[in-house]
Ligand binder design. Structure first.
Ligand SMILES: [Zn+2]
Length: 111
């Protein structure tokens, strides 16, 4: 039988995003236990069907859940309008487009 999902109200989603930010802050403080905290953030995402904020999403590996500290366990390159993150822990690639940022920059230069 198909499971019913009720979209949570705005207030509930705000609380959950706040909780995600709190967990992420803890992950930044305790780098050794960051895998656990990232797992908790992912669990909130799947359970309540609420997006992980973009600024948080860019800071951890979606394959192994490690926190990225730049030039220590991640390598970032640009490639065809995308940022390519290479996790040095699990050797997986993650690609993220940056066309929104590029658009904003173009608007600023034209004005
Ligand atoms: Zn990884």
């Amino acid at each position: 039988m198909r499971r019913k999902y009720h979209r949570p109200k705005q207030r509930i989603s705000d609380v959950i995003v706040k909780q995600m930010r709190l967990l992420f802050g803890l992950a930044q403080q305790h780098l050794q236990r960051s895998g656990y905290y990232v797992k908790m953030v992912k669990r909130l995402n799947t359970r309540f069907k609420i997006k992980v904020p973009a600024d948080i999403k860019k800071r951890y590996c979606k394959h192994c859940g490690t926190m990225w500290t730049f030039e220590k366990n991640v390598r970032v390159r640009t490639q065809k309008g995308k940022l390519v993150y290479y996790c040095l822990e699990c050797k997986h690639f993650t690609r993220m487009p940056f066309y929104k940022e590029r658009k904003e920059r173009r608007k600023k230069t034209n004005l």
